[in-house]
Design a protein around this ligand. Structure first.
Ligand code: FE2
Length: 296
């Protein structure tokens, strides 16, 4: 496998103050150093940011940042993307500096989801201290968490991630969206990169006007999750799913609507399979308990 981790996400925002309050006071992320471009860096660890919020005229989920371990891997992946017929745009020195990486390049997956491929992430080793008292987030070599992206033409998108980018096929869920078990279903494919996290990217066969289905960040304890749930409720944010435990990745979590219109899953306890013995499954439920959805 080629990609090491989901390193960051970039979000375009019309309301920077809303994102600052949501990221800091609800999610417990640490604002990063002030930037000259007006963007808001939100940290989960000692990386310069895991969420980068850029001021814009319209809200949009802008890109995922995928990390390569070194320049050679970076070049190999880009060669594979080009060979697959996808247009690659070099990031250039200015964008690399903006993203705090040594080098990056930009392309889109077959569903149109923007990807920034990079190597050489910078760190200043400033300790992470959550302003909301979160004990910490599970990151490091596991990356920032996961992103679930829209891919109505699911097969083509999955093939790109597995055959071109080198992701591994973790598993899938296929759940009916009506009470009729034989009615229409949503399928989500879960994909892992070269780390033990159950999935770093998942693809859902559904459209998403905001540009993302959800992103997930993983705290260290159940208390972190429970406290975040009640902070979100107290602040009046829309709870898209109540506390619950997912079936396939065992994550204990809830979902809250972000100012960007997509959900943030705040969880803990994600399964880290041993890929050498792992056998994929097809789950017919999404959660063992809880996760009462409210799509309104
Ligand atoms: Fe998730």
């Amino acid at each position: 496998m080629s990609i090491s981790a989901l390193g960051y996400v970039v979000i375009a925002a019309t309301d920077m103050a809303a994102w600052a309050g949501f990221g800091r006071d609800v999610l417990g992320m640490m604002p990063g150093a002030a930037r000259g471009d007006g963007a808001l860096a939100l940290r989960l660890d000692d990386r310069p940011f895991r969420l980068l919020i850029e001021p814009a005229a319209a809200d949009a989920f802008r890109a995922i940042g995928l990390e390569c371990a070194d320049a050679a891997t970076f070049a190999q992946v880009l060669a594979a993307v080009t060979a697959a017929g996808m247009a690659v745009t070099p990031g250039g020195a200015a964008l690399a500096k903006n993203r705090c990486v040594a080098e990056l390049a930009c392309f889109a997956d077959p569903a149109g989801n923007a990807i920034e491929l990079y190597h050489g992430r910078m760190t200043d080793y400033a300790p992470f201290v959550s302003p909301a008292g979160v004990s910490g987030f599970l990151t490091g070599n596991l990356g920032m968490g996961h992103a679930v992206l829209p891919a109505p033409a699911l097969g083509d998108a999955v093939a790109f991630y597995t055959d071109v980018l080198g992701f591994g096929d973790t598993d899938r869920i296929s759940v009916p969206v009506t009470p009729d078990p034989d009615g229409p279903a949503i399928t989500v494919r879960f994909l892992h990169c070269s780390n033990p996290r159950h999935h770093s990217v998942a693809l859902a066969d559904m459209p998403s006007p905001s540009g993302a289905v959800h992103i997930m960040i993983e705290a260290l304890t159940m208390a972190d999750v429970g406290r975040a749930y009640y902070r979100a409720k107290a602040a009046g944010h829309h709870i898209s799913a109540t506390l619950g435990e997912h079936a396939n990745d065992r994550v204990f979590s809830f979902y809250v609507r972000s100012p960007g219109g997509f959900d943030v899953e705040f969880g803990c306890g994600g399964w880290q399979p041993d890929w050498s013995t792992y056998v994929p499954t097809i789950s017919t439920i999404d959660s063992l308990w809880g996760h009462e959805w409210d799509f309104g």
